[in-house]
Design a protein around this ligand. Structure first.
Ligand code: ADP
Ligand code: ZN
Ligand code: ZN
Length: 739
C-alpha cells in the first residue's frame, strides 16, 4: 500500500444494518499504531450519524465505492494492534454470514462489555505469592505455635516458592497469608506469562490410571491437527478423565485449551476437578461474572497467561495466544445454541473454529445429539465410545410404572413410595425428578372449570404456594393467588397437578425423619442454597433430592441409588420434531445420576404410556439404538440433519402485521428459490402468543446448504431494505432449536 495515499478503513459498528462503513485514517493518527498500516481487528472511534461509536476495523480496502472526499476521517484509534486475533476475527465473519446476522452486532455482542466500551485491552497479570528470602530460609522451630502459617509456608515451598493466589485461597484463609506477609516471610507479585518449566509442574494431582476403554479412546485422539471426535460415553464412564489427560498432554507443548460446558454455577464439581488436577492458571468465563472479571479472564486467555479456559457458550469467542484443543462437554445440551439476537451454536462453531485453526475438537456426551451421530455415520467425526462405567459400577436397572393401574398420592405411586422408603432405610439417597417448578401447573375452579391464564401468553399461570403468587413461566407476569373464581364466584379453587414445590411438600410430610431438598430455579435463587444442596448430597447421608433438570447436569453423587422420574409423559406429547430426542437425553441423563458409587442403582419411571415405543426402546436397548432409530425417522421425514432448516420469525402485538411481513418474506423468497429448496408457512410458532406478541414463522428447508444460505442472504437484504413498521420484530434463525 502506498505510504502517502489515504488509508481507507472498512469498519463494523454495532448496528443492525447488514453492512460495513468506510472511513479514512487521518495522517495525525498514523503514529498511534505499531505497524505501518493498520490491521483488521483494531478498535477505532467514528462519528456515526450524530453519535460517536466504537467500531472494529474489518478490512483495509485499496479503494472505496464512495468518492474519497465524501469519506469521513475516523475520530480516534484505540488499539495499537488488533484486539481480536485474525483467526478469531475470521471466525466472526464466518459466523455472521452463516447465521445471517449483522457483523457489527455479532462482534459486539460476543466481546466483553468493557472492550465494547473502549477500555484498554492490556492484561494486568496474575497475582502470585512467593516466599521472601527470609521466608525461604525460615527455621521450622519459629512457627511451632502457628501450624497453619507453617503449613502455608510448606505449601508454597512445595511449589518452587511461588504460587498463584487462587490456589492459596482454596486452602488457606487470607488472615494467615496476611500474618505471614506482616512478618516479612511472604510477598505478593504480579506475574505475566510464566512458562511451565518442567512436566512435573503441570500436575497438582497425579492423573488416574486409565482403564482399557479410556486408553483406547485417548490413543485415538491426535492432538496435532484438525480432527473432530465424538466421545460417546455412558454417564460415569470417565469422559472427564479423558479431557483432563488430553489437556495434560497439550500443556506439555505449551498450548492452551478451551473447555466449554453448559453451566458453571450449577456444576461446581467440574471446575473443581480441573483446578485440583492442574497447577496452571485456569480462568472461567460465564455470565455470572462482573464486567471487570470477564475482561481480565479474556485478556489472560489472549495473552497466553491462562492455560485453560473453562466457559459457557459465549466462551467460544475467547481469543487465545496458542489454542491447541477445544473440548465441548454435554454436546447435546440445548444451551449451546443462543436463542435470541446473534443465534449461533457454540457446538457447531467449535468444530468450525478447530478446523480453521487446525486443532482437534472433542465433543463429549452420554447422549449425543442426532446431528453429531449423523456426522459420525457420515465419517465426518471420529466416533469414540466408552460403554461401561469405571470402577465396575454397573449401569442402573430401569422399571416402568404404569400410572393408569396404580394408586397415586400427589403424583407418586405406592410402589414408588415403597422403593423410596427402602432406599432411605438402607441409608442411601433418592433423587426425584420432575421438570415443572412451582407448586402446581394450574389453578382450577372446581365448580365451573375456569383456569387462571396468563393474559399475555398462551399459557396457564403456575401456582407458587410458598410465595403466595400465580406466575407465568413465559413472561414472568405475577399476581397474588386468588381465592374466589372470577367466573362463578365460587371459592372452591384448587391447584391442579404437581410441581417440584408440591412434591417436596408431600415427601417431607411423608418422610419426616429425612431431609428433603428441592433444587430448581426458584430454590437456587436464594444465596447459599446451592451450596447447602451440594453439601448434603456430597455428605452421603440419606436424603431426598427433588428437582428439575438441574439435577440432570453431570453431578456425581456416590450415594444416590434410586432415581425416580415422576412424569415421563410430557416429553412424549410435544409437537416439536426434536421432542423424542430430547426426552431420551433427559431421561438417560437423570437416570445416570443413579448408582455411580459402589452400590448399583435403580431408576423408576412413572408414565401413562408404558408401551410407548420410545420408552420401550430406551429401556430395553439404551440411548444409542434409540438415537439411530430416531435418525432413520428423520431421514424418512426429510427433517434435519438430513435437510438444512432455517426459519424467519416475526412477531407483533398485531398478528396481521407479523403475517403480512412473512408473506412478503415468502414472496421475495419465491423469486430466488432453487428447486432443492422449499418454503412452508407463514405458520404460528409452537407457542403462538407470548409476552403479548403474536409469533409466526416461515420455514425454509433445503437439501443444499449453500442454496439455503444464498437464499437467506438475498431475503435478509431485501427485508432490511423494505420500509418496516416498527411494530414488527423479525429475525433469522439458522439451524433453529425451537420452532
Ligand atoms: P463422566 O464424565 O463420563 O460422567 P467421570 O470422568 O466423571 O465420568 O468419571 C466418573 C468417576 O470415575 C469419577 O469419580 C472419576 O474420578 C472416576 N474415574 C474416571 N476414570 C477413572 C479411572 N481410570 N480410574 C479410576 N477412577 C476413575
Ligand atoms: Zn368457577
Ligand atoms: Zn405470560
Amino acid at each position: 500500500m502506498p505510504q502517502n495515499g489515504p488509508i481507507i478503513l472498512r469498519i463494523a459498528v454495532p448496528s443492525p444494518l447488514r453492512r460495513t462503513f468506510d472511513y479514512k485514517l487521518p495522517e495525525k493518527l498514523r503514529s498511534k499504531i505499531d505497524h505501518q498500516t493498520p490491521l483488521a481487528g483494531m478498535r477505532v472511534k467514528v462519528e456515526f450519524g450524530r453519535r460517536v461509536l466504537i467500531g472494529l476495523v474489518v478490512d483495509i480496502p485499496k479503494t472505496s465505492d464512495l468518492p474519497l472526499e465524501k469519506i469521513k476521517d475516523i475520530s480516534d484509534i484505540i488499539d495499537s494492534s488488533p484486539i481480536v486475533p485474525s483467526d478469531l476475527f475470521s471466525l466472526f465473519i464466518w459466523a455472521a454470514n452463516y447465521y445471517q446476522h449483522p457483523l457489527g452486532e455479532a462482534l459486539f455482542t460476543a466481546l466483553p462489555s468493557l472492550i465494547r466500551k473502549g477500555e484498554p485491552a492490556v492484561a494486568s497479570g496474575i497475582k502470585h505469592w512467593q516466599l521472601t528470602e527470609l521466608g525461604a530460609q525460615l527455621d521450622p522451630q519459629t512457627l511451632q505455635r502457628a501450624p497453619k502459617q507453617q503449613a502455608l509456608i510448606d505449601f508454597i515451598a512445595q511449589h518452587s516458592n511461588c504460587i498463584e493466589e487462587s490456589k492459596i485461597s482454596a486452602l488457606f484463609s487470607s488472615a494467615i497469608r496476611n500474618q505471614l506477609q506482616q512478618k516479612g516471610l511472604l510477598e505478593s507479585v504480579v506475574l505475566e506469562n510464566r512458562p511451565l518449566a518442567t512436566a512435573d509442574e503441570i500436575l497438582q494431582q497425579p492423573s488416574l490410571q486409565l482403564d482399557s476403554q479410556q486408553q483406547t479412546a485417548i490413543n485415538a485422539i491426535d492432538l496435532h491437527s484438525f480432527n473432530s471426535y465424538l466421545l460417546e460415553g455412558v454417564t460415569g464412564s470417565g469422559k472427564t478423565e479423558i479431557y483432563l489427560q488430553a489437556i495434560e498432554q497439550l500443556l506439555r507443548y505449551q498450548r492452551q485449551a478451551l473447555v466449554l460446558i453448559p453451566e458453571i454455577s450449577l456444576t461446581p464439581q467440574t471446575e473443581k476437578r480441573f483446578r485440583d488436577r492442574f497447577n496452571v492458571p485456569i480462568v472461567t468465563m460465564h455470565s455470572g461474572m462482573t464486567d471487570k472479571q470477564r475482561l481480565e479472564a479474556w485478556l489472560q486467555a489472549k495473552s497466553g497467561q491462562a492455560k485453560i479456559v473453562l466457559g459457557t457458550r459465549s466462551a467460544i469467542f475467547t481469543p487465545f495466544e496458542a489454542l491447541g484443543l477445544i473440548i465441548l462437554d454435554e454436546e447435546h445440551d440445548a444451551s449451546y445454541k443462543q436463542q435470541e439476537g446473534f443465534r449461533y451454536s457454540a457446538r457447531d462453531l467449535a468444530v468450525i473454529r478447530a478446523q480453521r485453526e487446525n486443532i482437534p475438537v472433542i465433543l463429549g456426551s452420554a447422549t449425543p445429539s442426532l446431528e453429531s451421530l449423523n456426522n459420525c455415520n457420515k465419517g465426518r467425526y471420529e466416533h469414540l465410545t466408552l460403554n461401561q462405567r469405571v470402577n465396575n459400577a454397573t449401569s442402573p436397572n430401569w422399571t416402568l410404572i404404569d400410572l393408569k393401574t396404580e394408586s397415586i398420592q400427589c403424583g407418586i405411586t405406592d410402589t414408588t413410595l415403597t422403593a423410596i422408603e427402602n432406599t432411605l432405610k438402607a441409608k442411601q439417597q433418592v433423587l426425584v425428578f420432575l421438570n415443572r417448578r412451582g407448586f402446581a401447573p394450574a389453578l382450577i375452579c372446581h365448580q365451573c372449570g375456569w383456569t387462571a391464564q396468563c393474559l399475555s401468553c398462551d399459557s396457564k399461570l403456575t401456582v407458587h404456594k410458598a410465595r403466595g403468587r400465580l406466575i407465568c413461566h413465559h413472561c414472568d407476569y405475577q399476581q397474588p393467588i386468588i381465592h374466589q373464581c372470577p367466573s362463578c364466584n365460587s371459592t372452591d379453587l384448587m391447584p391442579a397437578g404437581e410441581g417440584t414445590e408440591r412434591s417436596e411438600d408431600f415427601l417431607q410430610r411423608r418422610f419426616q425423619d429425612y431431609p428433603v431438598i428441592r433444587v430448581d430455579k426458584d430454590s437456587t435463587r436464594k444465596k447459599g442454597a446451592l451450596e447447602a444442596f451440594f453439601s448434603t448430597a456430597d455428605s452421603g447421608e440419606p436424603c431426598i433430592l427433588v428437582g428439575t433438570q438441574i439435577l440432570a447436569k453431570g453431578h456425581h453423587f456416590e450415594n444416590v441409588t434410586l432415581v425416580v422420574i415422576l412424569d415421563a409423559d410430557s416429553g412424549l406429547m410435544s409437537a416439536d420434531f426434536r421432542s423424542h430426542e430430547r426426552m431420551g437425553q433427559l431421561l438417560t441423563q437423570v437416570a445416570g445420576r443413579s448408582g455411580r458409587g459402589k452400590i448399583s442403582g435403580q431408576v423408576m419411571v412413572q408414565t401413562h404410556q408404558p408401551d410407548h415405543p420410545v420408552l420401550d426402546q430406551l429401556f430395553n436397548q439404551g440411548y444409542h439404538p434409540l438415537a439411530q432409530q430416531l435418525l432413520s425417522h428423520r431421514q424418512q421425514g426429510q427433517l434435519p440433519p438430513f435437510k438444512s432448516l432455517a426459519v424467519i420469525r416475526a412477531e407483533s402485538i398485531y398478528p396481521q402485521l407479523a403475517l403480512d411481513f412473512l408473506n412478503l418474506a415468502r414472496s421475495i423468497s419465491e423469486q430466488h428459490i432453487t428447486s432443492d429448496t422449499q418454503l412452508l408457512g407463514p405458520l404460528p410458532a409452537l407457542m403462538e402468543k407470548r409476552s403479548g406478541r403474536y409469533r409466526f414463522i416461515l420455514q425454509i428447508t433445503s437439501t443444499q446448504r449453500s442454496h439455503l444460505q444464498q437464499l437467506l442472504f438475498q431475503v435478509a437484504m431485501a427485508l432490511e431494505n423494505t420500509k418496516k413498521d416498527n411494530k414488527i420484530r423479525w429475525s433469522i434463525d439458522v439451524d433453529p432449536q425451537e420452532l
